[in-house]
Design a protein around this ligand. Structure first.
Ligand SMILES: [Zn+2]
Length: 181
C-alpha cells in the first residue's frame, strides 16, 4: 500500500484532530473532515468542483480524491470516482469489500452507480443534493431523465447493430476462465 500517501493523510488527520478538539482520531466525523479538507484543497488548487472523498478499510485510508473535472478535462473525475480508483488500485481489487466511503457531498447519479459497482459496506455523506444545487451543481435533471422514455430524453439514444454486439456477450458466456464480478 502507498505509505507516503497514508502518512500525508495521517499527518493531516492529526492536524484536523488538533483543530477540532474532541473527535477521536478514527471517528467517522474525523474521516469525513478529511474528505472535506480534500474538497477545500481542491478548490484552492483550482482542481475542480468543491467535492472530496476518502475511503477507509480497517481504520486505514486507502483512497482519497477530490473533484478534478476541469483540471483533468475529465467529466468523470468526481471525488468519489477518483477515490474509488485509488482505493481499488491500492487493494489490487475491483471491489471495496469492507470499506467505508466518506464523501463531502451526497453522490451524483454517476458516483452513486460507481459506489454500487464497487460495493463498499457503508457510505457517509456531509452536504446534501440541495446544498449542491444551491451553488450550481444540480444533478436533479439526471434523475428526471432516468424516468423519461428514451425518445423524450435530452440526449438521443438510438439502438443499432445489436446482432453484432451480442457476439461479445456470446464470447463472455462461453468463456470458461472469466473473472465474474
Ligand atoms: Zn459524482
Amino acid at each position: 500500500m502507498c505509505n507516503s500517501f497514508n502518512k500525508k493523510f495521517l499527518d493531516e488527520a492529526a492536524k484536523a484532530l488538533n483543530e477540532s478538539g474532541d473527535e477521536p482520531f478514527h471517528s467517522d466525523e474525523n474521516f469525513m473532515n478529511l474528505a472535506i479538507e480534500a474538497a477545500i484543497k481542491g478548490v484552492l488548487a483550482n482542481d475542480g468542483g468543491p467535492f472530496g472523498c476518502v475511503i477507509i478499510k480497517d481504520g486505514e485510508i486507502i483512497g482519497t480524491g477530490n473533484n478534478k473535472v476541469t483540471s483533468n478535462n475529465d467529466p468523470t473525475a468526481h471525488a468519489e470516482i477518483m477515490a474509488i480508483r485509488q482505493a481499488c488500485k491500492n487493494l489490487n481489487s475491483f471491489q471495496l469489500d469492507d470499506c467505508i466511503l466518506y464523501t463531502s457531498c451526497e453522490p451524483c447519479p454517476m458516483c452513486f452507480g460507481a459506489i454500487y459497482w464497487a460495493r463498499p459496506k457503508k457510505v457517509f455523506y456531509a452536504c446534501n443534493k440541495t446544498d449542491a444545487a444551491e451553488i450550481g451543481f444540480d444533478d436533479e435533471f439526471i434523475y428526471k431523465e432516468l424516468d423519461l422514455e428514451l425518445s423524450k430524453r435530452s440526449i438521443p439514444f438510438e439502438q443499432i447493430n445489436r446482432e453484432n454486439a451480442v457476439k461479445a456477450f456470446k464470447a463472455w458466456k462461453e468463456k470458461d476462465d472469466k473473472i465474474e464480478y
